[in-house]
Design a protein around this ligand. Structure first.
Ligand code: MLC
Ligand code: AMP
Length: 512
Protein backbone atom coordinates (compact mmCIF):
# COMPACT_ATOMS: atom_id res chain seq x y z
CA UNK A 1 0.00 0.00 0.00
CA UNK A 2 1.23 3.48 -0.83
CA UNK A 3 1.44 5.68 2.30
CA UNK A 4 2.20 8.79 0.28
CA UNK A 5 -0.19 11.33 1.82
CA UNK A 6 -0.87 12.83 -1.57
CA UNK A 7 -2.19 9.46 -2.75
CA UNK A 8 -5.01 9.91 -0.22
CA UNK A 9 -5.72 13.43 -1.35
CA UNK A 10 -5.58 12.29 -4.98
CA UNK A 11 -8.08 9.51 -4.34
CA UNK A 12 -10.52 12.07 -2.96
CA UNK A 13 -9.81 14.53 -5.77
CA UNK A 14 -10.52 11.81 -8.34
CA UNK A 15 -14.08 11.58 -7.04
CA UNK A 16 -14.66 15.34 -7.13
CA UNK A 17 -14.12 16.03 -10.86
CA UNK A 18 -15.28 19.53 -11.79
CA UNK A 19 -16.19 20.47 -8.19
CA UNK A 20 -14.37 23.70 -7.30
CA UNK A 21 -11.25 23.18 -5.26
CA UNK A 22 -9.95 26.76 -5.08
CA UNK A 23 -11.65 30.04 -5.79
CA UNK A 24 -9.29 32.97 -6.09
CA UNK A 25 -10.23 36.62 -6.11
CA UNK A 26 -9.54 37.83 -9.66
CA UNK A 27 -8.18 34.49 -10.87
CA UNK A 28 -11.27 32.31 -11.18
CA UNK A 29 -11.86 28.76 -10.06
CA UNK A 30 -9.67 25.64 -10.13
CA UNK A 31 -11.52 22.33 -10.14
CA UNK A 32 -10.34 19.09 -8.54
CA UNK A 33 -9.58 17.78 -12.04
CA UNK A 34 -7.34 20.82 -12.59
CA UNK A 35 -5.68 20.18 -9.25
CA UNK A 36 -4.88 16.56 -10.10
CA UNK A 37 -3.35 17.28 -13.48
CA UNK A 38 -1.44 20.32 -12.20
CA UNK A 39 0.01 18.47 -9.23
CA UNK A 40 1.13 15.62 -11.50
CA UNK A 41 2.82 18.17 -13.75
CA UNK A 42 4.62 19.69 -10.77
CA UNK A 43 5.86 16.25 -9.79
CA UNK A 44 7.06 15.56 -13.32
CA UNK A 45 8.81 18.94 -13.47
CA UNK A 46 10.58 18.09 -10.21
CA UNK A 47 11.78 14.79 -11.65
CA UNK A 48 12.95 16.46 -14.85
CA UNK A 49 14.86 19.00 -12.76
CA UNK A 50 16.71 16.15 -11.06
CA UNK A 51 14.89 16.36 -7.72
CA UNK A 52 14.95 12.87 -6.25
CA UNK A 53 12.75 11.38 -3.52
CA UNK A 54 14.06 12.62 -0.18
CA UNK A 55 15.61 15.76 -1.69
CA UNK A 56 14.61 19.00 -0.01
CA UNK A 57 12.72 21.69 -1.90
CA UNK A 58 12.92 25.00 -0.02
CA UNK A 59 10.30 27.59 -0.88
CA UNK A 60 10.00 31.22 0.15
CA UNK A 61 7.19 32.75 -1.87
CA UNK A 62 3.91 34.61 -1.51
CA UNK A 63 0.72 32.63 -1.10
CA UNK A 64 -0.71 31.48 -4.42
CA UNK A 65 -2.23 28.38 -6.01
CA UNK A 66 1.18 27.75 -7.59
CA UNK A 67 2.73 27.62 -4.13
CA UNK A 68 0.23 25.01 -3.00
CA UNK A 69 0.58 23.05 -6.23
CA UNK A 70 4.34 22.94 -5.73
CA UNK A 71 3.82 21.68 -2.17
CA UNK A 72 1.48 18.94 -3.35
CA UNK A 73 3.81 18.17 -6.27
CA UNK A 74 6.63 17.60 -3.78
CA UNK A 75 4.47 15.13 -1.86
CA UNK A 76 3.58 13.42 -5.13
CA UNK A 77 7.26 13.14 -6.15
CA UNK A 78 8.49 12.18 -2.68
CA UNK A 79 10.52 15.37 -2.23
CA UNK A 80 10.64 17.03 1.20
CA UNK A 81 8.93 20.42 1.25
CA UNK A 82 10.56 23.18 3.33
CA UNK A 83 8.32 26.27 3.56
CA UNK A 84 9.79 29.51 4.86
CA UNK A 85 8.15 32.66 6.17
CA UNK A 86 8.24 35.39 3.51
CA UNK A 87 9.46 37.82 6.17
CA UNK A 88 12.77 36.00 6.67
CA UNK A 89 15.83 38.03 5.74
CA UNK A 90 18.80 36.82 3.74
CA UNK A 91 20.96 35.90 6.77
CA UNK A 92 18.07 33.87 8.17
CA UNK A 93 17.52 32.12 4.84
CA UNK A 94 21.19 31.31 4.54
CA UNK A 95 21.05 29.50 7.85
CA UNK A 96 18.07 27.37 6.75
CA UNK A 97 19.61 26.62 3.36
CA UNK A 98 22.92 25.51 4.81
CA UNK A 99 21.07 23.38 7.33
CA UNK A 100 18.70 21.52 5.04
CA UNK A 101 20.78 21.60 1.83
CA UNK A 102 17.93 21.84 -0.64
CA UNK A 103 18.29 20.56 -4.20
CA UNK A 104 15.86 23.26 -5.34
CA UNK A 105 15.17 26.72 -3.93
CA UNK A 106 12.03 28.45 -5.20
CA UNK A 107 11.28 32.11 -4.51
CA UNK A 108 9.37 35.12 -5.81
CA UNK A 109 10.96 36.98 -8.74
CA UNK A 110 11.52 40.01 -6.51
CA UNK A 111 13.86 38.09 -4.20
CA UNK A 112 15.71 36.07 -6.86
CA UNK A 113 18.69 38.37 -6.94
CA UNK A 114 19.11 38.40 -3.18
CA UNK A 115 18.75 34.62 -2.99
CA UNK A 116 21.20 33.79 -5.76
CA UNK A 117 24.12 33.81 -3.32
CA UNK A 118 22.16 31.72 -0.80
CA UNK A 119 21.39 29.12 -3.48
CA UNK A 120 25.00 29.07 -4.52
CA UNK A 121 26.23 28.63 -0.95
CA UNK A 122 24.28 25.40 -0.58
CA UNK A 123 24.53 24.19 -4.17
CA UNK A 124 20.80 24.49 -4.88
CA UNK A 125 19.09 25.26 -8.19
CA UNK A 126 17.25 28.59 -7.92
CA UNK A 127 13.88 29.01 -9.64
CA UNK A 128 11.15 31.63 -9.39
CA UNK A 129 7.39 31.30 -9.13
CA UNK A 130 6.48 33.45 -12.11
CA UNK A 131 5.16 32.98 -15.59
CA UNK A 132 8.20 33.59 -17.73
CA UNK A 133 11.97 33.68 -17.97
CA UNK A 134 14.78 31.16 -17.98
CA UNK A 135 14.76 30.65 -14.23
CA UNK A 136 11.01 30.31 -13.94
CA UNK A 137 9.64 27.27 -12.15
CA UNK A 138 6.17 28.06 -13.47
CA UNK A 139 7.53 27.97 -17.03
CA UNK A 140 9.28 24.65 -16.34
CA UNK A 141 5.98 23.17 -15.13
CA UNK A 142 4.17 24.61 -18.16
CA UNK A 143 6.68 22.92 -20.46
CA UNK A 144 6.00 19.44 -19.05
CA UNK A 145 4.38 17.41 -21.80
CA UNK A 146 1.29 15.33 -21.19
CA UNK A 147 -1.96 15.53 -19.36
CA UNK A 148 -3.87 18.74 -19.87
CA UNK A 149 -6.58 20.16 -17.60
CA UNK A 150 -9.66 18.00 -17.34
CA UNK A 151 -8.02 14.66 -17.98
CA UNK A 152 -8.18 11.92 -15.38
CA UNK A 153 -5.22 9.98 -16.80
CA UNK A 154 -2.70 11.34 -14.33
CA UNK A 155 0.40 9.49 -13.11
CA UNK A 156 0.23 7.97 -9.63
CA UNK A 157 2.16 9.46 -6.71
CA UNK A 158 5.48 7.78 -5.92
CA UNK A 159 5.46 5.01 -3.29
CA UNK A 160 6.20 6.32 0.19
CA UNK A 161 6.28 4.56 3.55
CA UNK A 162 4.47 6.11 6.50
CA UNK A 163 7.74 7.27 8.14
CA UNK A 164 9.18 8.83 4.98
CA UNK A 165 9.63 12.58 5.27
CA UNK A 166 7.09 14.90 3.69
CA UNK A 167 8.17 18.26 5.10
CA UNK A 168 10.61 20.06 7.34
CA UNK A 169 9.14 22.98 9.25
CA UNK A 170 11.59 25.31 10.93
CA UNK A 171 10.82 26.50 14.41
CA UNK A 172 13.21 28.79 16.20
CA UNK A 173 14.84 27.42 19.28
CA UNK A 174 15.37 28.44 22.86
CA UNK A 175 19.12 28.35 22.17
CA UNK A 176 18.72 30.79 19.30
CA UNK A 177 19.37 28.13 16.64
CA UNK A 178 16.44 27.15 14.45
CA UNK A 179 15.39 23.53 14.44
CA UNK A 180 13.80 21.75 11.51
CA UNK A 181 10.86 19.63 12.65
CA UNK A 182 10.69 16.57 10.38
CA UNK A 183 7.14 15.58 9.51
CA UNK A 184 6.38 12.31 7.78
CA UNK A 185 3.65 11.35 5.33
CA UNK A 186 2.13 9.33 8.18
CA UNK A 187 2.15 12.37 10.51
CA UNK A 188 0.28 14.53 8.01
CA UNK A 189 -2.19 11.81 7.04
CA UNK A 190 -3.09 10.85 10.60
CA UNK A 191 -3.69 14.41 11.73
CA UNK A 192 -5.69 15.39 8.65
CA UNK A 193 -7.98 12.37 8.86
CA UNK A 194 -8.61 12.93 12.57
CA UNK A 195 -9.45 16.60 12.07
CA UNK A 196 -11.78 16.07 9.11
CA UNK A 197 -13.74 13.69 11.30
CA UNK A 198 -13.60 15.77 14.49
CA UNK A 199 -14.50 19.07 12.85
CA UNK A 200 -17.12 17.41 10.62
CA UNK A 201 -15.62 18.56 7.33
CA UNK A 202 -17.81 17.71 4.32
CA UNK A 203 -17.55 17.96 0.56
CA UNK A 204 -20.03 20.86 0.52
CA UNK A 205 -17.99 22.94 2.97
CA UNK A 206 -16.42 26.17 1.80
CA UNK A 207 -13.32 27.09 3.79
CA UNK A 208 -12.33 30.74 3.88
CA UNK A 209 -8.54 30.46 3.82
CA UNK A 210 -6.80 33.68 4.85
CA UNK A 211 -3.80 32.21 6.71
CA UNK A 212 -0.24 32.27 5.44
CA UNK A 213 0.83 28.98 3.85
CA UNK A 214 4.39 28.79 5.23
CA UNK A 215 3.27 27.54 8.67
CA UNK A 216 1.48 24.40 9.74
CA UNK A 217 -1.78 26.24 10.46
CA UNK A 218 -2.41 27.46 6.90
CA UNK A 219 -0.40 24.88 4.95
CA UNK A 220 -1.37 21.67 6.70
CA UNK A 221 -4.36 22.14 8.96
CA UNK A 222 -6.49 24.37 6.76
CA UNK A 223 -5.53 23.02 3.34
CA UNK A 224 -5.48 19.35 4.30
CA UNK A 225 -8.91 19.45 5.94
CA UNK A 226 -10.48 21.02 2.86
CA UNK A 227 -8.68 18.79 0.35
CA UNK A 228 -9.26 15.55 2.25
CA UNK A 229 -12.96 16.38 2.48
CA UNK A 230 -13.12 17.30 -1.21
CA UNK A 231 -14.39 20.73 -0.16
CA UNK A 232 -13.86 24.19 -1.67
CA UNK A 233 -11.47 26.91 -0.51
CA UNK A 234 -11.68 30.65 -0.99
CA UNK A 235 -7.96 31.33 -1.20
CA UNK A 236 -7.18 34.87 -0.04
CA UNK A 237 -3.59 36.03 -0.51
CA UNK A 238 -3.48 37.26 3.09
CA UNK A 239 -5.72 38.18 6.00
CA UNK A 240 -7.49 41.43 5.41
CA UNK A 241 -10.57 41.96 7.58
CA UNK A 242 -12.76 43.63 4.93
CA UNK A 243 -11.99 40.94 2.32
CA UNK A 244 -12.80 38.21 4.82
CA UNK A 245 -16.03 39.92 5.79
CA UNK A 246 -17.05 40.14 2.13
CA UNK A 247 -16.58 36.38 1.61
CA UNK A 248 -18.11 35.12 4.87
CA UNK A 249 -21.65 34.95 3.41
CA UNK A 250 -20.32 32.49 0.83
CA UNK A 251 -18.33 30.34 3.30
CA UNK A 252 -19.01 27.71 5.96
CA UNK A 253 -15.69 27.38 7.86
CA UNK A 254 -13.02 29.88 8.89
CA UNK A 255 -9.66 29.31 10.58
CA UNK A 256 -7.61 32.03 12.18
CA UNK A 257 -5.23 33.20 14.86
CA UNK A 258 -6.68 35.40 17.64
CA UNK A 259 -5.56 38.60 15.88
CA UNK A 260 -7.85 37.71 12.94
CA UNK A 261 -10.80 37.63 15.35
CA UNK A 262 -9.98 40.86 17.15
CA UNK A 263 -9.61 42.58 13.77
CA UNK A 264 -12.90 41.11 12.50
CA UNK A 265 -14.64 42.39 15.61
CA UNK A 266 -13.48 45.90 14.69
CA UNK A 267 -15.52 45.67 11.46
CA UNK A 268 -18.93 47.33 11.90
CA UNK A 269 -20.61 44.95 9.43
CA UNK A 270 -19.47 41.84 11.26
CA UNK A 271 -22.73 40.53 12.71
CA UNK A 272 -25.17 37.62 12.74
CA UNK A 273 -26.30 38.25 9.19
CA UNK A 274 -22.74 38.16 7.82
CA UNK A 275 -22.09 34.72 9.35
CA UNK A 276 -25.45 33.07 8.72
CA UNK A 277 -23.99 30.40 6.39
CA UNK A 278 -20.97 29.79 8.63
CA UNK A 279 -20.99 26.59 10.66
CA UNK A 280 -17.54 26.76 12.28
CA UNK A 281 -15.00 29.36 13.40
CA UNK A 282 -11.72 27.76 14.48
CA UNK A 283 -8.96 29.54 16.35
CA UNK A 284 -5.46 28.71 17.52
CA UNK A 285 -1.67 29.25 17.30
CA UNK A 286 -1.85 31.66 20.25
CA UNK A 287 -4.10 32.06 23.31
CA UNK A 288 -7.60 33.33 22.57
CA UNK A 289 -8.63 35.80 25.25
CA UNK A 290 -11.89 35.01 27.07
CA UNK A 291 -13.01 38.57 26.27
CA UNK A 292 -12.63 37.99 22.52
CA UNK A 293 -14.52 34.70 22.79
CA UNK A 294 -17.39 36.41 24.64
CA UNK A 295 -17.50 39.43 22.36
CA UNK A 296 -17.56 37.16 19.34
CA UNK A 297 -20.48 35.17 20.70
CA UNK A 298 -22.39 38.32 21.51
CA UNK A 299 -21.88 39.72 18.00
CA UNK A 300 -22.44 36.58 15.94
CA UNK A 301 -24.30 34.13 18.16
CA UNK A 302 -21.54 31.58 17.49
CA UNK A 303 -18.87 30.21 19.79
CA UNK A 304 -15.31 30.08 18.48
CA UNK A 305 -13.84 26.57 18.60
CA UNK A 306 -10.33 26.91 20.07
CA UNK A 307 -7.74 24.24 19.45
CA UNK A 308 -4.06 23.88 20.28
CA UNK A 309 -1.14 22.65 18.25
CA UNK A 310 2.45 23.11 17.24
CA UNK A 311 4.77 22.60 14.29
CA UNK A 312 6.11 19.37 15.77
CA UNK A 313 2.70 17.71 15.95
CA UNK A 314 0.08 19.58 13.95
CA UNK A 315 -3.07 19.64 16.03
CA UNK A 316 -2.97 18.19 19.54
CA UNK A 317 -6.15 19.19 21.38
CA UNK A 318 -9.48 20.66 20.34
CA UNK A 319 -12.73 21.82 21.80
CA UNK A 320 -15.60 19.70 20.52
CA UNK A 321 -17.78 20.45 17.52
CA UNK A 322 -20.80 19.22 19.41
CA UNK A 323 -20.73 19.92 23.13
CA UNK A 324 -19.31 22.74 25.19
CA UNK A 325 -16.67 25.02 23.76
CA UNK A 326 -15.18 26.63 26.81
CA UNK A 327 -13.32 29.95 26.80
CA UNK A 328 -9.80 29.54 28.14
CA UNK A 329 -9.66 25.82 27.41
CA UNK A 330 -8.10 24.27 24.31
CA UNK A 331 -10.30 21.20 24.73
CA UNK A 332 -9.53 17.51 24.77
CA UNK A 333 -6.61 15.57 23.33
CA UNK A 334 -7.51 14.45 19.80
CA UNK A 335 -8.90 10.90 19.76
CA UNK A 336 -5.60 9.38 18.62
CA UNK A 337 -3.37 11.61 20.80
CA UNK A 338 -2.32 10.89 24.36
CA UNK A 339 -1.70 13.94 26.53
CA UNK A 340 -0.51 14.22 30.13
CA UNK A 341 0.38 17.08 32.41
CA UNK A 342 3.68 16.07 33.99
CA UNK A 343 6.23 17.25 36.51
CA UNK A 344 9.91 17.83 35.72
CA UNK A 345 10.55 14.07 35.95
CA UNK A 346 7.91 13.25 33.34
CA UNK A 347 5.59 11.65 35.88
CA UNK A 348 1.93 12.51 35.33
CA UNK A 349 0.48 14.90 37.91
CA UNK A 350 -2.98 14.63 39.45
CA UNK A 351 -5.79 16.30 37.48
CA UNK A 352 -5.97 20.03 38.16
CA UNK A 353 -2.26 20.38 38.90
CA UNK A 354 -0.09 22.70 36.83
CA UNK A 355 2.76 21.10 34.87
CA UNK A 356 4.20 20.76 31.39
CA UNK A 357 2.05 19.17 28.71
CA UNK A 358 3.55 16.03 27.18
CA UNK A 359 2.07 14.26 24.19
CA UNK A 360 2.34 11.11 22.09
CA UNK A 361 0.52 10.03 18.94
CA UNK A 362 0.72 9.36 15.21
CA UNK A 363 0.86 13.12 14.56
CA UNK A 364 4.15 13.49 16.45
CA UNK A 365 7.16 14.45 14.31
CA UNK A 366 10.18 12.28 13.53
CA UNK A 367 12.65 14.54 15.36
CA UNK A 368 14.70 17.62 14.52
CA UNK A 369 16.62 17.53 11.25
CA UNK A 370 20.24 16.56 11.90
CA UNK A 371 19.88 17.26 15.63
CA UNK A 372 19.68 13.89 17.37
CA UNK A 373 20.90 15.40 20.64
CA UNK A 374 18.21 18.10 20.74
CA UNK A 375 15.60 15.58 19.70
CA UNK A 376 16.56 13.22 22.52
CA UNK A 377 16.36 16.06 25.06
CA UNK A 378 12.75 16.79 24.18
CA UNK A 379 11.44 13.23 24.31
CA UNK A 380 10.80 11.01 27.33
CA UNK A 381 11.89 7.38 27.37
CA UNK A 382 8.30 6.28 26.73
CA UNK A 383 8.06 8.35 23.54
CA UNK A 384 6.17 11.33 24.98
CA UNK A 385 7.25 14.73 23.61
CA UNK A 386 7.75 17.60 26.05
CA UNK A 387 5.82 20.48 24.47
CA UNK A 388 7.19 23.23 26.73
CA UNK A 389 3.65 24.52 27.25
CA UNK A 390 2.46 24.82 30.84
CA UNK A 391 -1.01 23.37 31.26
CA UNK A 392 -3.66 21.91 33.52
CA UNK A 393 -6.13 19.15 32.77
CA UNK A 394 -9.53 18.94 34.45
CA UNK A 395 -11.08 15.63 35.59
CA UNK A 396 -12.85 15.22 32.21
CA UNK A 397 -9.58 15.68 30.32
CA UNK A 398 -10.04 19.27 29.17
CA UNK A 399 -6.70 21.01 28.77
CA UNK A 400 -6.01 24.68 29.51
CA UNK A 401 -2.71 26.27 28.49
CA UNK A 402 -1.72 28.51 31.39
CA UNK A 403 1.81 29.51 30.42
CA UNK A 404 5.04 28.49 28.75
CA UNK A 405 8.06 26.73 30.18
CA UNK A 406 9.91 27.71 26.99
CA UNK A 407 11.02 31.29 26.57
CA UNK A 408 8.73 32.19 23.68
CA UNK A 409 6.77 35.22 22.54
CA UNK A 410 3.77 34.74 20.23
CA UNK A 411 3.02 37.87 18.25
CA UNK A 412 0.01 37.78 15.94
CA UNK A 413 0.39 34.00 15.78
CA UNK A 414 4.08 34.09 14.86
CA UNK A 415 6.58 32.57 17.26
CA UNK A 416 9.52 34.65 18.34
CA UNK A 417 12.29 33.08 20.39
CA UNK A 418 13.91 35.81 22.50
CA UNK A 419 17.34 34.19 22.47
CA UNK A 420 17.72 34.77 18.74
CA UNK A 421 17.05 38.49 19.15
CA UNK A 422 19.10 38.82 22.31
CA UNK A 423 22.13 37.37 20.50
CA UNK A 424 21.80 40.00 17.80
CA UNK A 425 21.36 42.87 20.28
CA UNK A 426 24.21 41.68 22.50
CA UNK A 427 26.53 41.79 19.48
CA UNK A 428 25.91 45.54 19.00
CA UNK A 429 28.70 47.88 20.13
CA UNK A 430 27.93 49.47 23.48
CA UNK A 431 25.50 46.79 24.65
CA UNK A 432 26.32 44.95 27.85
CA UNK A 433 23.38 42.56 27.66
CA UNK A 434 19.74 42.39 26.73
CA UNK A 435 16.53 40.60 27.59
CA UNK A 436 13.71 40.22 25.09
CA UNK A 437 10.19 39.73 26.40
CA UNK A 438 6.59 39.69 25.23
CA UNK A 439 4.16 42.27 26.62
CA UNK A 440 0.37 42.36 26.20
CA UNK A 441 -0.67 44.01 22.94
CA UNK A 442 -4.31 44.69 21.96
CA UNK A 443 -3.89 43.63 18.31
CA UNK A 444 -1.06 41.09 18.31
CA UNK A 445 -1.70 39.42 21.67
CA UNK A 446 1.92 39.93 22.60
CA UNK A 447 4.43 42.43 21.25
CA UNK A 448 8.19 41.96 21.27
CA UNK A 449 10.02 44.37 23.57
CA UNK A 450 13.76 44.54 24.30
CA UNK A 451 15.24 45.64 27.60
CA UNK A 452 18.88 46.60 27.18
CA UNK A 453 21.73 47.39 29.55
CA UNK A 454 24.28 49.56 27.73
CA UNK A 455 27.74 50.85 28.62
CA UNK A 456 27.31 54.03 30.70
CA UNK A 457 29.33 56.00 28.16
CA UNK A 458 27.23 54.88 25.19
CA UNK A 459 24.64 57.06 23.49
CA UNK A 460 22.93 54.08 21.81
CA UNK A 461 19.26 54.88 21.16
CA UNK A 462 16.10 52.84 20.63
CA UNK A 463 16.18 53.68 16.90
CA UNK A 464 19.84 52.60 16.65
CA UNK A 465 19.00 49.16 18.01
CA UNK A 466 15.98 48.65 15.76
CA UNK A 467 17.83 49.92 12.70
CA UNK A 468 20.75 47.59 13.34
CA UNK A 469 18.47 44.55 13.47
CA UNK A 470 16.31 45.43 10.48
CA UNK A 471 18.34 43.63 7.80
CA UNK A 472 19.16 40.68 10.02
CA UNK A 473 15.81 39.64 11.45
CA UNK A 474 12.35 39.16 9.98
CA UNK A 475 10.08 42.16 10.60
CA UNK A 476 7.77 40.34 12.98
CA UNK A 477 10.74 39.54 15.25
CA UNK A 478 11.92 43.16 15.53
CA UNK A 479 11.37 44.68 18.96
CA UNK A 480 8.59 47.24 18.72
CA UNK A 481 10.07 49.07 21.68
CA UNK A 482 13.55 49.13 23.24
CA UNK A 483 13.98 50.22 26.85
CA UNK A 484 17.30 50.92 28.53
CA UNK A 485 17.99 50.06 32.16
CA UNK A 486 21.17 50.05 34.24
CA UNK A 487 21.18 46.35 35.13
CA UNK A 488 18.94 43.43 34.23
CA UNK A 489 17.26 42.01 37.35
CA UNK A 490 18.64 38.60 38.34
CA UNK A 491 17.65 35.92 40.79
CA UNK A 492 19.94 34.26 43.33
CA UNK A 493 21.14 31.83 40.63
CA UNK A 494 22.17 34.74 38.43
CA UNK A 495 19.35 34.09 35.92
CA UNK A 496 17.64 37.10 34.35
CA UNK A 497 14.19 37.51 35.92
CA UNK A 498 12.06 37.80 32.82
CA UNK A 499 8.83 37.50 34.80
CA UNK A 500 9.79 40.66 36.65
CA UNK A 501 10.62 42.47 33.42
CA UNK A 502 7.31 41.35 31.92
CA UNK A 503 5.51 42.79 34.95
CA UNK A 504 7.51 46.03 34.84
CA UNK A 505 6.75 46.63 31.15
CA UNK A 506 3.27 45.10 31.05
CA UNK A 507 1.54 48.45 30.54
CA UNK A 508 3.64 49.44 27.49
CA UNK A 509 0.56 49.23 25.26
CA UNK A 510 -2.09 50.39 27.71
CA UNK A 511 -3.63 48.70 30.73
CA UNK A 512 -1.86 45.50 31.76
C1 MLC B 1 3.14 41.49 10.54
N1 MLC B 1 3.93 42.26 11.30
C2 MLC B 1 4.00 41.72 12.51
C3 MLC B 1 3.22 40.57 12.45
N2 MLC B 1 2.71 40.44 11.22
N3 MLC B 1 4.66 42.12 13.62
C4 MLC B 1 4.55 41.36 14.69
N4 MLC B 1 3.82 40.21 14.72
C5 MLC B 1 3.16 39.81 13.61
N5 MLC B 1 2.44 38.67 13.62
C6 MLC B 1 4.61 43.51 10.98
C7 MLC B 1 4.71 43.81 9.52
O1 MLC B 1 5.92 43.27 9.02
C8 MLC B 1 4.70 45.32 9.52
O2 MLC B 1 5.97 45.76 9.90
C9 MLC B 1 3.78 45.66 10.64
O3 MLC B 1 3.81 44.52 11.52
C10 MLC B 1 2.36 45.99 10.26
O4 MLC B 1 1.84 44.92 9.61
P1 MLC B 1 0.28 44.68 9.49
O5 MLC B 1 -0.15 45.17 8.15
O6 MLC B 1 -0.47 45.14 10.67
O7 MLC B 1 0.31 43.16 9.58
P2 MLC B 1 -0.43 42.18 8.69
O8 MLC B 1 0.26 42.04 7.40
O9 MLC B 1 -1.88 42.58 8.70
O10 MLC B 1 -0.20 40.83 9.48
C11 MLC B 1 -0.76 40.59 10.72
C12 MLC B 1 -1.38 39.19 10.70
C13 MLC B 1 -0.26 38.22 10.28
C14 MLC B 1 -1.91 38.87 12.05
C15 MLC B 1 -2.52 39.15 9.66
O11 MLC B 1 0.81 38.33 11.18
C16 MLC B 1 -0.72 36.80 10.17
O12 MLC B 1 -1.27 36.39 9.14
N6 MLC B 1 -0.50 35.99 11.23
C17 MLC B 1 -0.83 34.57 11.20
C18 MLC B 1 0.32 33.78 11.72
C19 MLC B 1 0.11 32.27 11.59
O13 MLC B 1 -0.45 31.77 10.62
N7 MLC B 1 0.57 31.50 12.58
C20 MLC B 1 0.45 30.07 12.56
C21 MLC B 1 1.74 29.42 13.05
S1 MLC B 1 1.51 27.66 13.17
P3 MLC B 1 6.63 47.10 9.34
O14 MLC B 1 7.90 47.18 10.11
O15 MLC B 1 6.79 46.87 7.89
O16 MLC B 1 5.64 48.18 9.68
C22 MLC B 1 1.27 27.37 14.83
C23 MLC B 1 0.75 26.05 15.22
C24 MLC B 1 -0.71 26.16 15.53
O17 MLC B 1 1.43 28.23 15.61
O18 MLC B 1 -1.14 25.82 16.63
O19 MLC B 1 -1.41 26.62 14.64
P1 AMP C 1 4.66 26.80 16.45
O1 AMP C 1 5.97 26.32 16.99
O2 AMP C 1 4.74 28.00 15.60
O3 AMP C 1 3.96 25.71 15.81
O4 AMP C 1 3.81 27.26 17.70
C1 AMP C 1 3.36 26.35 18.65
C2 AMP C 1 3.05 27.02 19.95
O5 AMP C 1 1.94 27.92 19.80
C3 AMP C 1 2.61 26.06 21.02
O6 AMP C 1 3.70 25.39 21.61
C4 AMP C 1 1.87 26.99 21.96
O7 AMP C 1 2.78 27.66 22.81
C5 AMP C 1 1.24 27.98 21.03
N1 AMP C 1 -0.19 27.70 20.79
C6 AMP C 1 -0.77 27.10 19.73
N2 AMP C 1 -2.11 27.07 19.88
C7 AMP C 1 -2.39 27.66 21.07
C8 AMP C 1 -3.58 27.94 21.80
N3 AMP C 1 -4.79 27.63 21.33
N4 AMP C 1 -3.46 28.54 23.01
C9 AMP C 1 -2.26 28.87 23.50
N5 AMP C 1 -1.10 28.65 22.86
C10 AMP C 1 -1.16 28.06 21.65
Amino acid sequence: MNDNFYARLDAVAATRGRHPCWILPGRGTWSYDDLRSQVARQAQALRLAGVLPGDRVMVQAEKSPEFLLLYLGCLHAGAVFVPLNTAYTEPELRHFALDCEPRLLVCDPASAQALAAVAQSCGAMLRTLDAAGGGSWTAAVGAVPGAGPGTTAVPAPIERATDDLAAIVYTSGTTGRSKGAMLSHGNLAANAATLVDLWRFRADDVLLHALPVYHVHGLFIASHCALLAGATMHLLPRFEAAAVLALLPDSTVFMGVPTFYTRLLEQPGFDRASVRRMRLFLCGSAPLLAGTFAQFEQRTGQRILERYGMSEAGMITSNPCEGDRIAGSVGFALPDVQARVAGPDGVELPRGAVGVLEIRGPNLFRGYWRMPGRTAEEFRQDGFFITGDVATMDPEGRVSIVGRAKDLVISGGFNVYPKEIELEIDALPGVIESAVIGVPHPDLGEAVVAVVARQPTEALTEQDVIAALRDRLARFKLPRRVFFIDDLPRNAMGKVQKARLRADFAATYGQA
